[in-house]
Design a protein around this ligand. Sequence first.
Ligand SMILES: [Zn+2]
Length: 337
Amino acid sequence: MNEKLVQFLPKAELHCHLDGSVPINTLNKLALKTKINQQQLAKVQAPAKCQNLAEYLESFDIILKMLQTTENLEIATFSVIEAAAQENVRYLELRFAPLLHLDQGLSIREVIEAVCSGINKAQKTIPIHVNLLICAMRNHSETDNLALLNQIKGLNEKKIVGFDFAGDEAKVDNQKVAPVVQKAIKNGLEVTLHSGECGCSHNVLEAIHLGAKRIGHGVAIKDDTEAIAICRKQEILLELCPTSNIQTDAIQNWQHYPLQLFLANKIKCCINTDNRTVSNTNLTQEFLKLVQYCDLTISQMAELTLNAVQFSFASNELKMELINEIKQAYRPHIKEI
Ligand SMILES: [Zn+2]
């Protein structure tokens, strides 16, 4: 598989953070607007190898300073979607944490409406389907996260299809955020949780126990046969983000990336960028690296793409439409699809 083919084939992405994926040229414009020294933008791409997740997350500080107005949020959202569509991502689940955008007085409602407005604007002119996941942060208080859930419920926004917890799971694991997750499920939201990103497979099991159908990353289960068996049996999807996992040292290097281990064990997974800009990647590059280092085949790329659609939080109607489109595009390359 060459770059041209990987870019051409229709793709779907379920794990993409808005703030970490704003294209550099857009960040440059936003920096001018917000009077932020352009030199500070040098820090937005995380080092190829960080000491840990916390160091990786430092890149977000400067980006978040530029995403505190409704106008900037809308511009950022539009440009992330535009960039994804340019490499033929046909379905994108964008996620973001509203509580990180309140520093200059915006309300949760205003923040979410700005992002939804960016999505709606993009969908009018760009051929891509986009849904939104709301992230709560592990370092925020239970009261604040429950208030966030109440706001989401009140909005009745169709684009919001799921709920997630992001942040440092080593400090605040899923057991500690259980009441908020349970409330999200009660409110009718689908749940995916960042878990098993820092060597803690117990947190993946806890996420499943709480009702998560998908796991953000989940790579920590690679050394835990019991967790692998549970994920297989319960058909839990792992949203794998290879470059990011290597940067945060969740996985040592590309040669050790456990994709083939997961596929051999019939674990459902899909491939994602996590943060297109902070990780300096896109979905095409993620697949190409997997071809180069993990012997990814075109049939496996099709399987991973179909997994993403099947486990997405999109409507059944849209899933069917996307599955047909993906199969049709792959047909000249794979006999049985
Ligand atoms: Zn993530």
